[in-house]
Design a protein around this ligand. Structure first.
Ligand SMILES: C[S@@+](CC[C@H](N)C(=O)[O-])C[C@H]1O[C@@H](n2cnc3c(N)ncnc32)[C@H](O)[C@@H]1O
Length: 377
């Protein structure tokens, strides 16, 4: 059995834990921005390949008390590195340190690198190289005098799915987009519309979900593939089991944006992913009237802090008016960091979920527009 620690964005821990539960993980334990679980090697591959809300998958190698740099060096030396990776692989150390005992995490990373390099040199008279796009990623987490040395099995963060060529002006990260869809409770059947879709991330993640396309279907490189214990047959079996099967009754998915450039960008991202069937339309949300009697809107309107928005408050109150007047029978989920402006939507939210979009504290807010609510006003 291996221990895994799967990192995610703040606010998506429960969503990730549910994904892991569905994969059959045991001893699931929810932490801050991470979920711990135990399982076999297959689970490690599945966590990387399938979890839509995972940012990276770590597996701890050693834990110990360290009160100075030399003790950290010693702790690193207790691991037999050439049993883990081959001398021709490149490696990179990432140190995260919350401790008054250590001042300089760059120096700590140097010390850890020295421990690995010295061990290889002693044995082979050669050393592996360090590289910023390294094959092998080693994570050193220090809190107080406690150090945990882990392997990052993912490598590049898992929001890099491999389908997105270009991003819009204020793109939402793929992991957050997948998390929003999960939190919204969208049932994969009802029409889903992102009326301000930018590069189309939310719609692409929704399309992948409804077509059962694995989160990392297009990605070919993970750190675990460079480890000595990599099992190619097991990896092929994981991918084969998860191969998407044709789905009947695909939902209506519509991505719209006022800016033609973003619609073209979203289209080329969909093309790159080989995803067909999303309707991409250029148009102003304030002129948009839906075709169906019910459905879900899920969007992130421009954030005042990142996109020029002359008057955020009146923009959000216009969104509210438009929803009330034209979307009776629909529900809407809006994510925004403009907490004041969101209040001006003028509908009573039935849920408000705190989340982060990068460094920006956000609310993900749910509104229900009852049929006939316009008449009742
Ligand atoms: C924060 S970005 C959305 C980013 C998107 N979620 C992504 O992942 O790329 C907001 C988008 O709203 C669009 N927008 C602004 N005003 C609009 C309007 N009145 N109607 C439709 N789209 C609008 C902008 O062009 C921009 O692409």
């Amino acid at each position: 059995m291996h221990k895994y620690l799967i990192k995610t964005l703040q606010g998506l821990e429960d969503t990730l834990a549910e994904e892991i539960r569905q994969l059959g993980g045991v001893d699931i334990n929810i932490e801050n921005r991470a979920v711990g679980v135990r399982g076999d090697k297959r689970l490690g591959y599945e966590l990387n390949y399938l979890c839509r809300t995972a940012l990276s998958v770590l597996t701890p190698l050693r834990e110990g008390i360290v009160q100075n740099e030399d003790q950290l060096y010693e702790l690193m030396q207790t691991i037999t590195w050439h049993h883990i990776f081959d001398i021709d692989k490149t490696f990179l150390i990432n140190v995260v340190c919350y401790s008054d005992l250590f001042r300089n995490s760059h120096f700590l990373a140097q010390k850890c690198k020295d421990a690995i390099v010295d061990q290889f040199r002693q044995r082979f008279s050669r050393r592996p190289s360090v590289d910023k796009d390294a094959d092998i990623r080693i994570n050193v987490y220090i809190k107080g005098d406690n150090a945990i040395i882990s392997l990052d099995l993912s490598g590049a963060p898992l929001f890099k799915r491999g389908y997105r060529l270009e991003t819009g002006p204020a793109p939402i990260n793929e992991v957050l987009a997948a998390g929003l869809i999960a939190l919204s409770g969208w049932n994969k059947k009802m029409p889903l519309v992102d009326p301000m879709c930018g590069a189309g991330t939310i719609m692409l993640e929704a399309a992948m979900l409804s077509r059962n396309i694995p989160a990392q279907y297009w990605r070919n490189d993970f750190s675990f593939m460079h480890l000595i214990d990599f099992d190619p047959a097991l990896w092929r079996a994981v991918k084969e089991t998860a191969r998407p099967k044709p789905v009947n009754d695909l939902p209506v998915l519509i991505g719209r944006d006022i800016n033609r450039h973003f619609i073209n960008l979203a289209k080329s991202n969909a093309q790159q992913a080989g995803i067909e069937g999303i309707l991409w339309e250029k148009g102003d949300f304030f002129n948009y009237v839906p075709q169906s009697r019910n459905g879900m809107l899920l969007f992130n309107p421009p954030y005042d802090s990142r996109l020029p928005l002359k008057d955020a408050v009146s923009f959000y109150s216009r969104i509210g008016d438009h929803l009330k007047q034209n979307f009776g029978g629909w529900e809407a989920w809006i994510i925004s960091s403009h907490l004041q402006a969101v209040k001006r939507v003028g509908l009573k939210p039935s849920r408000k979920i705190p989340l982060f979009n990068g460094p920006l504290e956000c609310r993900f807010v749910h509104f229900e527009m009852y049929e006939g609510s316009k008449k009742n006003e």
